[in-house]
Design a protein around this ligand. Sequence first.
Ligand SMILES: Nc1nc2c(ncn2[C@@H]2O[C@H](COP(=O)(O)OP(=O)(O)O)[C@@H](O)[C@H]2O)c(=O)[nH]1
Ligand SMILES: [Mg+2]
Length: 213
Amino acid sequence: MDSLWQYQFRIILLGDSTVGKSSLLKRFTDGVYSDVADPTVGVDFYARSLDIEPAVKIKLQLWDTAGQERFRSITTSYYRNSVGGLLVFDLTNRKSFEHVREWHREVTEHILPHHMVYILVGHKSDLIRERKVLRDEAEQLAAELGVRYVETSAKCNSNVERAFELLARDIYELMKMGEISARDGWDGVKSGLTAKVLYPAEEEAEREKSCNC
Ligand SMILES: Nc1nc2c(ncn2[C@@H]2O[C@H](COP(=O)(O)OP(=O)(O)O)[C@@H](O)[C@H]2O)c(=O)[nH]1
Ligand SMILES: [Mg+2]
């Protein structure tokens, strides 16, 4: 079946600078990783589609903070117009883990009365010996915030796909339940039904048309 995207979710990457947000995005959208990252050269947003169910395609529009991670330097519309957020910390940087609560609070307060769907991401899992945050602690924080937790490495391509997919699925499930929906003046979710839907009678006619025997 031809289907272009049917829904678009706008998702933001949150967390201290150097935790690996841009690297996660590059790995997920371009399949590449580079040890040398220039924090000043940032693309504003990336995009990639996921097939969430047969014939249901979700286009993820992924926004990077491009080196402006200080609190309150990010504009409110950036948060407001997003439906999902990855709360990213560096497993080898204790401070970045401690700041997750602040990121969560900052964003959650800004978007009231609306809500965002989050996932907590412990990044750079390949640096096993330098690890400063235990999985248990991170899982506990995730439970407190009521979000999922996943450990990723852009360098080794571990769980990167999974992190984005879990978040997209959670959003999609809430959408199916009617808790999230596209609305005017909000860019978090867009619905663009471009799939060619064939009803049984039309399908039969199509089949007959293409049948030469
Ligand atoms: N070992 C390791 N280093 C990483 C990983 N992801 C990013 N980095 C490094 O961490 C630094 C900061 O990454 P960057 O993506 O620019 O972080 P951002 O400031 O949060 O966007 C860079 O030197 C990256 O190469 C990873 O999965 N493993
Ligand atoms: Mg960056």
